[in-house]
Design a protein around this ligand. Sequence first.
Ligand SMILES: [Fe+2]
Ligand SMILES: [Fe+2]
Length: 314
Amino acid sequence: MDGPPTERFARCIAASRRVRWDVETDVIRGRRFDLANKFLPDGLTLANTLPFLAPEEKRYFSQVQGRTYANMFGLVERFINAKVLELSRDHWFGDQTALEALIRCSEEELKHQALFRRVEALIGEAMPAGYSFLWNPNDVAAVVLGKRSWAGLALTLHIELFTQAHFRESIRQDAELSELVRDVFRFHWREECQHAIMDELEWRRLDAATTPKARDLAVDELIELLGAVDSIVTGQASADSRYFIATCGRQFDATVAEAVQQTMLAAYRLQYIFSGAQHPHFAAALASMTTEAQLGRIQAALSALAPMPMLNAA
Ligand SMILES: [Fe+2]
Ligand SMILES: [Fe+2]
């Protein structure tokens, strides 16, 4: 989708109007989460790499990760919305189409936060006590908003593109995957497509006004932000694997417990870092705005998080 930014923002507004949905009447529709189903697709949970888990244990492994998925999106959408509102200021007395598109995006992200809070509460009703999500969305937002917008927008584009990769995983054939989960992925994806276009427009607008020195500092900040995401998922993988082991109904020896934790961490790195960083569109946009040396620094930071799991080709 090419053309001047105003035209592209106008097409985002038109698409946003066309796909608009409601949390209760379109997505939830009076349904509940059923523990007979998986809450995340196998391609994202890596459950199939744990051969010692019985099928019902793999299903439970996906349910714990599905609950964290709802919490993680509630978290990232807090700072994404604040960043979008902050950027909208640049358009107050300028491009009113861009302003309208960003305001719609903000309103959608508020709705998505409400959706994911609803999903977390519904999953919480169905699952045993003892789960905890360790991170406060406002604390994380303060870290992201404390960096240059160039870095914050790069992180945001990477997230909004990985929701598209996750949607593709959710539509693979799997009779055990919850229909409600499929709908959450599908409805979220329909609005995120526009967001990713707007993130890139805004990122390129800022990039054009960024000096080489400032961009070099922003690249370091992006690396710091990816490191912060890694700290978040590392802590959460520890908490979630302890919860999984304590509540899954049998004893695990230390070696097996360690494999569960490492797989949970690999799955979260896949979901929240690599499925965005490896997204072809993100990789191309990043490469077009950085030097080879800067790109090399980012790639080195990502490789340090190895072993790097990959999503299967669509
Ligand atoms: Fe969203
Ligand atoms: Fe979004």
